[in-house]
Ligand binder design. Structure first.
Ligand SMILES: [Zn+2]
Length: 132
């Protein structure tokens, strides 16, 4: 499944960011998927429940934002919304358009549970890194 590979690469990216911020868990992941990205949001959501197991994101929620397709017309210069199966300028109907939105597949934001640095050594379980 293509979506599983996509998901795994997102989780690799998310874990790297989480470690960078000293987080011990990822609570929420927001991903933007364009209609032309070739990724099915439903399949990605399902793949996520498999890919997150055993990672810092194992209890994270995945929010998927899907966006409209926007094209810029090479003939009249107008920018308009378009459909994946009908990439035409809404203004003049020309097919010579450039896709300016809709191909994205990216991480938008993350919510992390961070180790509080202002309360050092409060309880043993608050600093799992020290247990090693
Ligand atoms: Zn046009």
């Amino acid at each position: 499944m293509h979506e599983l590979a996509v998901c795994q690469s997102f989780i690799t990216q998310v874990e790297r960011l989480a470690r960078h911020h000293n987080a011990f868990a990822v609570d929420r992941i927001v991903i933007a998927i364009g209609d032309l990205s070739g990724v099915e949001p439903e399949l990605l959501q399902r793949a996520f429940t498999i890919a997150r197991a055993g990672t810092l994101a194992s209890a994270a929620q995945l929010e998927i934002q899907t966006g409209n397709i926007r094209v810029s017309c090479q003939t009249c210069g107008a920018q308009s919304d378009a459909k994946a199966n009908r990439l035409l300028c809404a203004q003049c109907g020309d097919w010579r358009v450039k896709v300016i939105a809709g191909e994205e597949l990216m991480l938008v934001s993350l919510e992390l549970s961070e180790i509080p640095s202002h309360t050092p050594g409060e309880t043993a379980c608050a600093t799992p890194a020290a247990a090693q």
